[in-house]
Design a protein around this ligand. Structure first.
Ligand code: HEC
Length: 207
């Protein structure tokens, strides 16, 4: 074969390959073992061409319906009005028993303590390192007095530097975490009110 044609051909093939190969990283390209490329299980975010198979599967409940055992959807809008109205929203859960409270504490420590700190005093690693500013110290009076519904609103939608937890925590889990916060706040204020005078360093400090 003529050398020029051969070189031209090689360059052409390489160019065509370069332009056609990496279109979509999630597309396996030519599939010769479909069972390996496509999971047979209906994975949540997998593309299964199910519509084509006549099954219309999405992982959300049909609009206007509630999953069995699920809490009623939260419908207040994500704006300043919604935030104000949230003050009237009441925790729909019964009081947690000690095991559920442990679970609520676990959820708080996983999701919230990184900023708010395990003691809720805004001393989490992201606060002390200065990576996230303006973290609320939940032991402060203004948050001790904050209505539970408003807390739920913030955990659902986020607020300034705090993100939404609606996708990480179910409605029930969000309310559980708030019950945990409220119970810790109550413990802290009870301690403050009954703290013995000797604990106050001013009484023992050298004057
Ligand atoms: C990335 C850090 C971060 C994480 C994680 C975080 N928060 Fe916050 N949180 C903030 C900041 C910052 C604020 C102050 C928001 C503002 O500007 O009012 C705040 C405020 C709050 C408030 C006060 C809301 C109000 O009305 O002012 C509550 C309650 C709260 N967070 C609960 C939680 C709970 C519960 C979690 C876990 C599910 C959580 N936070 C996770 C950063 C965080």
């Amino acid at each position: 074969m003529d050398n020029k044609i051969f070189r031209f051909g090689t360059v052409l093939i390489m160019t065509v390959t370069a332009f056609t190969s990496c279109r979509d990283k999630r597309e396996p390209g030519r599939v010769y073992m479909p069972d390996m490329a496509y999971s047979r299980a209906y994975e949540t975010y997998a593309q299964n061409n199910l519509k084509q198979d006549g099954i219309n599967y999405i992982n959300y409940p049909v609009d206007g319906t509630i999953r069995r055992g699920d809490l009623f959807p939260y419908t207040l809008p994500n704006d300043s009005n919604g935030y104000k109205m949230a003050a009237e929203v009441k925790d729909p859960l019964p009081a947690l028993d000690s095991n559920q409270m442990l679970e609520a504490q676990r959820l708080f420590n996983i999701n919230c303590a990184i900023c708010h700190g395990a003691n809720m005093d805004a001393q989490g690693p992201l606060a002390t390192s200065g990576k996230v500013g303006g973290i609320a110290n939940l032991k402060l009076d203004q948050y001790v007095k904050e209505p539970e519904g408003q807390m739920f609103h913030v955990v659902t939608y986020g607020r300034n530097n705090m993100g939404s937890y609606a996708s990480q925590l179910s409605r029930k889990q969000r309310w559980m975490v708030i019950q945990y916060i409220k119970s810790e706040q109550a413990k802290a204020s009870a301690n403050k009110n009954t703290a013995p005078a000797a604990k106050d360093s001013s009484s023992t400090a050298k004057k």
